[in-house]
Write a protein that binds this ligand. Structure first.
Ligand SMILES: Cc1cc2nc3c(=O)[nH]c(=O)nc-3n(C[C@H](O)[C@H](O)[C@H](O)COP(=O)(O)OP(=O)(O)OC[C@H]3O[C@@H](n4cnc5c(N)ncnc54)[C@H](O)[C@@H]3O)c2cc1C
Length: 444
């Protein structure tokens, strides 16, 4: 049972993090207001505030579970709206450098859905809550405060000034959040964020797939792998009849011919085979390289009362690894848990420490890959990790158990230690001999 703390909470940004946070806060605050820069209507599709929505946003099991715990039966509702649930073994073609992953049933799902559908359905659920409201068309420009406590926000709505007051303000304004400078205006200085440059770009397009093709898969994927494998791609059934193709590379393609050529250059030829006869259902959308950035708010000793931050505003990751939504969903599950025990407006660092804890492994996962692609030499632990993950990828084609461990870790459903358990370690190091199976042939 959640504790009721005080009257009013205000959330900056009605993206994925803001919506989930509002849902959680509605259990502890009498009135929750979401303040959003974009104009939102019931059928809002793509919007300026979430440019990433053109690209793939699969939701792995851990993210889906966290979402389901906040919104019972939401996975079913998403499926009714066209989202496709796929077993990562039997329903997916996944090509690694040493060959395709086993196709046995793994019992680990991923939910493929467009970001627009995901946000629309969550938003509908949140705005149905009697004590949650949305004020849109407002750009927040700073925080109001009183002797070390944040008391509200100020900004602009069109050409008019906007101010609003709350007992708790939550920053969920995403990877371009200005929170660090807003805090500096209050005299609170944050340590320099950790920044690691990403190296890959991506291009995405929706397709209507030729119905005569009898596909025995719902997802096809060829992951990239540092340092050398910079080309990759994925194709997933999303939103009923439409399929979303996202291609990764040093310079992901921007036109029709380049798109098909890039798909043809992958080992996973199935993507090109389907794209060849499919009908484009959108333009090609390109996203440039994205950096990994971690604002270390949990280290700010004079962090003001009445203020929390979560989602990409704290940790934004290179999207090539697909962890942003899951980390955000975990932040919101932690928020719910901690609100049962703490008045977080008075003890905000309790929450910021939980956000930092949830970020640790996804940060290492993303930055070890990205540092490995850069010109700087990786420190020894990073080099060992890269060497071992190369062995894991090499063992996957012939070994369902290693693949399952890899999927669980890479989808944030298990700790990295799962890849070093004796059973997996032995299979990885001695793979073929012990499993008695040879890896399948590597595609050209
Ligand atoms: C190209 C790309 C591909 C990605 N692919 C994946 C993927 O496959 N899987 C995955 O899990 N994650 C992926 N991500 C990451 C994922 O999109 C983010 O982790 C997620 O959007 C974070 O949600 P958020 O609510 O913190 O931020 P956002 O979704 O960015 O929402 C921020 C909201 O705040 C609003 N806002 C911003 N500033 C203000 C202001 N001053 N005043 C009022 N409102 C404001 C914005 O309009 C927006 O609505 C991808 C990201 C990119 C860029």
């Amino acid at each position: 049972m959640a504790a009721m703390y005080s009257d009013r909470a205000l959330v900056i940004g009605a993206g994925f993090a803001g919506l989930l946070a509002a849902r959680v806060l509605s259990e502890s605050y009498g009135d929750v207001v979401l303040v959003e820069r974009d104009t939102i209507t019931t059928d809002t599709g793509h919007r300026a505030g979430v440019p990433s929505a053109h690209h793939r946003h699969p939701l792995p099991a851990r993210g889906a579970q966290a979402l389901e715990s906040l919104f019972p039966r939401i996975v079913r509702e998403l499926e009714n709206a066209g989202a496709v649930r796929a077993d990562l073994g039997s329903d997916c073609l996944t090509h690694f450098p040493a060959g395709p992953a086993p196709r046995d049933h793994l019992g680990l799902d991923v939910l493929s859905v467009t970001r627009v559908t995901l946000d629309r359905i969550i938003r509908r659920r949140v705005l149905r809550l009697a004590n949650v409201s949305l004020v849109d068309g407002v750009t927040v420009n700073g925080l109001l405060h009183d002797r070390g406590t944040v008391t509200g926000v100020h900004g602009r709505r069109g050409d008019r000034p906007f101010t609003d007051y709350a007992d708790l303000v939550v920053d969920a304004s995403g990877r371009d959040s200005k929170l660090v400078s807003w805090l500096a205006e209050l005299g609170v200085h944050c340590p320099a964020p950790r920044i690691v440059r990403g190296h890959l770009t991506c291009s995405s397009r929706l397709y209507e797939v030729n119905r005569d093709l009898e596909l025995d898969w719902k997802n096809a994927c060829e992951p990239t792998h540092a340092p050398g494998k910079t080309r990759g791609g994925s194709m997933s059934s999303v939103d009923g009849s439409r399929w979303l193709v996202t291609l990764f590379g040093d310079a992901a393609p921007a036109d029709d011919d380049g798109f098909l050529d890039h798909a043809r250059s992958l080992r996973c030829q199935d993507i090109a085979e389907v794209v060849k006869t499919a009908t484009p259902a959108s333009a090609i959308h390109h996203a440039g390289t994205a950096r990994n950035r971690w604002n270390r708010f949990h280290e700010v000793a004079d962090w003001p009362r009445g203020l929390l931050a979560l989602g990409d505003s704290v940790v934004s990751l290179d999207p090539v690894h697909g962890h942003g939504l899951t980390v955000t969903a975990v932040n919101c599950a932690d928020l719910r848990e901690l609100l049962r025990e703490h008045d977080l407006a008075g003890e905000p660092l309790v929450f910021q420490r939980a956000v930092a804890k949830a970020a640790r492994f996804p940060w290492t996962f993303a930055t070890t890959a990205d540092l490995g692609r850069g010109t700087r030499k990786l420190p020894l632990p990073g080099r060992l990790l890269r060497w071992y993950s190369g062995l894991v990828l090499g063992a996957i084609p012939g070994d369902r158990r290693v693949y399952r461990a890899y999927v669980r870790v890479s989808q944030l459903a298990a700790r990295p230690a799962a890849l070093f358990s004796p059973a997996v370690l032995v299979r990885v190091l001695l793979g073929r001999t012990l499993s008695g199976r040879r890896p399948r042939a590597t595609a050209p």
